[in-house]
Design a protein around this ligand. Structure first.
Ligand SMILES: [Zn+2]
Length: 272
């Protein structure tokens, strides 16, 4: 039993409508024949060599990733650089690659919703709404207020383990209840999180100056996860939808390989 690739794409584009993608983004089918037969799918955050290795080892014919391979376009896919090598390995092994990026961020039940659910939020709504259930980021409530320190521990325990862990900025004893989240790089939504009255904003990749200048003006406090960890909660969710949609035809594997660039964090107190 198997499914044609174009049927899987039709489903993925229903749940992650390409129209929701930002103008600068690239989403859709990167390699593959629309009529190829698929019986095993691997879902992951990044289209990188370790994920391709896993797909080849599993015998998967399709990889669904969050991130695009060529965001800025290319004139060359020769196997003379890592992305060209990846394209060649995928094609030589008969593997299609499809991605849903900012369209999956915004979608109802997408990356932002999965992150909000993972860290324990209820009554969530989009931080920057496109409609009632779609848009960038999410803002919601904890079932009951807790300290920033306890909430940070909860976030750390509910996101997947990764070498870099999470960073926390703010008063650890302060009470927090309203939480804004955005998977991946989150500088651009700092002011939206403040305007909507968040006590904490969770995202990834925060840089020194935007984070420092933001905290100088007060809340929301900041929790900076890694890019992979903040977006990974979408991977099992997307896998589940594929499984439920094609229960007897598809085996779907949620990749747990950490594709953050960081392999080790050495805390300052461990230096001596
Ligand atoms: Zn991302």
């Amino acid at each position: 039993m198997s499914v044609e690739l174009n049927e899987i794409i039709r489903l993925l584009q229903e749940i992650y409508p390409p129209e929701l993608a930002e103008e600068w983004d690239r989403v859709g089918l990167i390699t593959g024949h629309l009529d190829s037969k698929i019986d095993k799918v691997l879902v992951a955050v990044d289209p990188v060599a370790t994920v391709a290795d896993q797909a080849i080892a599993l015998g998967a014919q399709l990889i669904v990733t969050h991130h695009p391979l060529y965001l800025r376009g290319t004139s060359f896919v020769a196997a003379t650089n890592p992305k060209g090598v990846l394209v060649h390995r995928l094609i030589e092994n008969g593997i299609a690659l499809f991605n849903a990026h900012t369209n999956a961020d915004s979608a109802n039940g997408g990356v932002a919703d999965c992150l909000a659910r993972a860290v324990g939020l209820t009554k969530t709504r989009p931080l920057l709404p496109v409609s009632e259930n779609t848009g960038s980021g999410r803002i919601g409530k904890l079932p009951q207020a807790m300290t920033l320190g306890d909430f940070a521990k909860q976030v750390s325990s509910r996101l997947p383990k990764c070498p870099a862990g999470i960073l926390v900025g703010g008063d650890l004893d302060a009470s927090v209840e309203t939480i804004a989240v955005s998977g991946g790089s989150g500088d651009s939504f700092l002011s939206a999180a403040r305007e909507k009255g968040a006590d904490v904003y969770i995202c990834a990749d925060l840089r020194h100056h935007p984070a420092s200048e933001h905290l100088e003006a007060g809340k929301p406090y900041l929790i900076c996860a890694t890019h992979w960890a903040s977006e990974w909660p979408w991977v099992p969710q997307c896998s589940q939808i594929l499984k439920e949609s094609f229960p007897s035809q598809l085996e779907v594997i949620a990749s747990t390989i950490c594709t953050d660039p960081w392999t080790k964090r050495i805390l300052s107190e461990e230096q001596d």
